[in-house]
Design a protein around this ligand. Structure first.
Ligand code: MN
Ligand code: MN
Length: 325
């Protein structure tokens, strides 16, 4: 309670665990009011913003995503996710690691900057939770994780497959081609990866398992979760959540919305249903606040990111963090 009296929990807190009682409308922002810090000593998960939007095919604006998601997350920071067996804020030591920085005038240097930024988090002994930024950011994050963990299974929520290729030019910075390259580079194993909510045309699945949006609607969240667990089979996984997986009525604030998507409730239920997967990295991407209405997309993304933390907390052997001082 002393923290709430001080306010600005992001800077005044001394602990890395526990909920933060601070008014939604006040105080310095950080993700879920976590301590804003680059000190990774004892940290389990580092939340970081990757504010890129120059890889978008159509409407840009996702560079403002991390800030909007931090603001929306202030509404969630006072308690654990409803119905969660283990509160991620009690179980895990989490910091807001701030945003990755780069020179906007040197766009070709962005992938290396993001990869180095994530490698720094891994070297510090923490796992990353990234907030986009357009979906391209996931490729350099995966490259960094691959060096530590080897080939990964991808659990990919999206309206789009993001496996379109433009020739085989791995240097292109494009938010629609990353998983073609990730599979080709051996970073992810498509046969043990699954794409959920797809509803845009791509004649070539490139070996990825696909549970498209109509399949999700017909079969429901429990069946989706079961199928995901069958596909990843205990392998190390990366969870990437493009917010346009959600229907535009739940997430209008994104660059390439597509009708016929998942509800926020279904997405939460699927993520709850895969508790216990061996998650080594996660993200939420493509929040573009300029197209949002009443902040619902940012709130959905903050909620999904909170569920990602719950997934981390559900890992077998997830550390029980030291109690807050
Ligand atoms: Mn998409
Ligand atoms: Mn995408």
């Amino acid at each position: 309670m002393e923290d709430s009296a001080r306010g600005d929990h992001a800077f005044t807190t001394e602990g890395l665990t526990g909920v933060a009682y601070e008014p939604f409308y006040a105080g310095a922002l950080s993700f879920l009011r976590r301590k804003y810090s680059r000190d990774l000593a004892g940290v389990d998960v580092a939340v970081t913003g990757l504010p890129l939007d120059t890889a978008t095919t159509q409407r840009s604006g996702a560079r403002f995503g991390p800030r909007a998601v931090r603001e929306a997350s202030a509404m969630l920071a006072w308690g654990p996710p409803y119905g969660c067996k283990v509160s991620p804020l009690d179980r895990l030591a989490i910091v807001d690691y701030g945003d990755c920085q780069w020179d906007f005038g040197r766009p070709m240097e962005v992938p290396a900057a993001i990869e180095a930024h994530i490698a720094g988090i891994l070297r510090g002994g923490a796992a990353p939770l990234s907030i986009g930024g357009d979906h391209f950011v996931t490729l350099p994050v995966l490259r960094a994780l691959h060096k530590q963990h080897g080939t990964l299974s991808l659990i990919h929520f999206d309206a789009h497959s993001d496996t379109w290729s433009v020739g085989d030019d791995a240097e292109r910075i494009d938010h629609g081609t990353m998983f073609f390259h990730a599979a080709r580079e051996g970073i992810v194993d498509p046969a043990h990866s699954v794409q959920i909510g797809i509803r845009t045309y791509n004649p070539e699945p490139h070996g990825f398992q696909i549970l498209d949006a109509p399949w999700v609607h017909r079969n429901g969240a429990a069946a989706v979760a079961q199928r995901i667990l069958e596909v990843v089979q205990g392998r190390r996984v990366y969870v990437t959540f493009d917010v346009d997986c959600l229907d535009p009525c739940f997430a209008p604030g994104t660059g390439t919305p597509v009708c016929g998507g998942l509800s926020t409730a279904t997405a939460i239920e699927i993520l709850r249903g895969i508790a216990g997967v061996d998650v080594v990295g996660a993200d939420v991407v493509e929040v573009a606040p300029a197209y949002d209405t009443a902040g619902i997309t940012a709130l959905a993304a903050a909620t999904i990111a909170y569920e990602h933390l719950a997934l981390y907390a559900s890992r077998p052997g997830a550390a029980a963090a030291a109690p807050a001082p």
